[in-house]
Write a protein that binds this ligand. Structure first.
Ligand SMILES: C[S@@+](CC[C@H](N)C(=O)[O-])C[C@H]1O[C@@H](n2cnc3c(N)ncnc32)[C@H](O)[C@@H]1O
Ligand code: SF4
Length: 427
């Protein structure tokens, strides 16, 4: 099923990433055709490792963090020359847990990025609820972070316990309330649903509490089980998967109703943003550079990924090499399918944007699929704009489960097993 979907969308049987990586000269050449780009910095440290988490991270150590700051600054210097002063129009700091480095180098990294690149944007950053004291919130704002995301995960003690989160529901609500009162442009909270044993009543209460807390955005993800995580390794049978999928759908319906009544609108498959508030999101421009261990970069016809090893990344940069471990060239058809996937993921886009990007009419390329999707009630098309419906969002989620979660598991799993892999094949 996954292969057929891949074939249908990209015309490829498989996507093959190899260790043949672009040189600084190749990248310099690519930037000649790029007007603006986004910046992602990965902070691969956490104070504890959660059993469900697929991201690249290790336990925080101050000695490792010092080397990491030096390495990221070197990587910034390498790209300074390549990007040749082109403006940065989106800046995201993710992890891991960026706030583990609040007192150990985060300001240094951001300061260096500001001195080196032409930053024409605010900063979006992820944070852990236990790091949101009044003093830390002041420090975060002083870094220029205007869009803050908090990993809340659940608002009931028993689920926080299952997830091994190191706080109570009372403590996390206090932290969110404090952040909301600090005048950020956008406070986003991440929550997970369809947790083991979670009831519909509980998810209803969670939805109402989030609206009452006054957050600008909620990103609500069903618990995905990645096979290389401790919780993923113990996941269930086929019957369990079907039951789980029905539960996710019913829970998402409950959340949709509560957020729409509360004045929020859907702004991505998983996110609901208060009407009028700016959206919190990881990548707001189609082209981006990913810095740090496991940072991924997408530059029109190439995608590449840094090594996942923190020490390996630091060594590479100390040796004057780039941290890139894997790359793949993208055919025109893959670029189109990828562009369309992300625009639909954001739930709405203008057809003219597709024409501007690819120089052809969207209907000429995908008219048959769009008509079918419209007939099935998955989207609306007023001739200028495509807007995904709630049922379209659910089915996109199903495709995401089938395609991207499988790809992420393969790619990230391979990159964690071997820090300089020969290849990774997604099929
Ligand atoms: C990098 S973490 C957030 C910041 C911080 N590290 C923390 O845990 O508070 C990003 C978010 O991804 C979501 N996430 C992580 N693992 C997930 C999984 N297996 N399924 C669904 N969502 C997940 C969680 O909501 C989490 O808050
Ligand atoms: S969920 Fe957050 S704190 Fe937990 S391991 Fe993942 S990145 Fe770290």
């Amino acid at each position: 099923m996954r292969r057929s979907l891949l074939r249908l969308l990209t015309g490829e049987r498989e996507i093959r990433l190899t260790s043949a990586v672009p040189s600084p000269d190749d990248l310099r050449e690519k930037f000649k055709e790029i007007d603006t780009f986004g910046l992602y910095v990965h902070i691969p440290f956490c104070e504890q490792i959660c059993p469900y988490c697929p991201y690249n991270k290790e336990l925080f150590r101050s000695d490792l963090a010092d080397g990491y700051v030096r390495a990221v600054k070197r990587e910034i210097d390498l790209y300074a020359d390549i990007t040749a002063g082109k403006p940065v129009t989106s800046f995201y700091i993710g992890g891991g847990t960026p706030t583990t480095m609040l007192q150990s180098g985060l300001a240094d990294i951001i300061g260096h990025a500001r001195e080196t690149f032409d930053l024409q944007c605010d900063i979006h950053m992820e944070s852990h609820p236990n790091h949101l004291s009044a003093a830390n919130l002041r420090a975060i704002k002083s870094l220029g972070v205007q869009h803050l995301s908090i990993g809340v995960e659940a608002l009931a003690d028993r689920h926080l316990k299952t997830l091994c989160r190191p706080y109570t529901a009372g403590q996390v609500k206090e932290a969110v309330g404090r952040a909301v009162s600090y005048g950020f442009q956008c406070v986003n909270v991440d929550v997970m649903f369809a947790l083991p044993g979670q009831t519909y009543r509980e998810i209803e209460e969670t939805g109402h509490e989030l609206v009452t807390l006054g957050v600008d955005q909620v990103a609500a993800y069903p618990l995905f089980l990645f096979p290389y995580t401790p919780m993923g390794r113990t996941s269930g049978t086929r019957g369990h998967v079907i039951r789980q999928s029905l539960k996710r759908r019913r829970m998402m319906r409950i959340l949709e109703r509560i957020f729409y009544q509360g004045g929020y609108e859907r702004t991505s498959v998983w996110a609901f943003t208060k009407r009028g508030a700016p959206r919190y999101c990881s990548v707001t421009v189609p082209l981006y550079l990913g810095l740090g261990a496991s940072g991924g970069s997408y530059l029109r016809d190439v995608f590449y990924l840094n090594t996942f090893g923190v020490a390996e990344y630091v060594h590479a940069l100390e040796d004057g090499r780039m941290g890139i471990a894997l790359s793949v060239g993208l055919t025109e058809r893959m670029q189109r399918a990828g562009w369309l996937y992300w625009r639909i993921y954001e739930t709405r886009f203008r057809k003219a944007d597709y024409r501007d990007r690819f120089g052809e009419d969207l209907d000429a390329a995908y008219g048959g699929y769009l008509r079918l999707a419209r007939w099935l009630g998955l989207l609306t098309d007023d001739g200028e704009r495509i807007v995904l419906s709630d049922s379209g969002a659910f089915w996109l989620h199903a495709c995401e489960d089938l395609l991207s979660i499988g790809f992420v598991s393969t790619l990230w799993g391979a990159s964690r097993r071997d820090l300089w892999p020969e290849r990774a094949i997604l099929s």
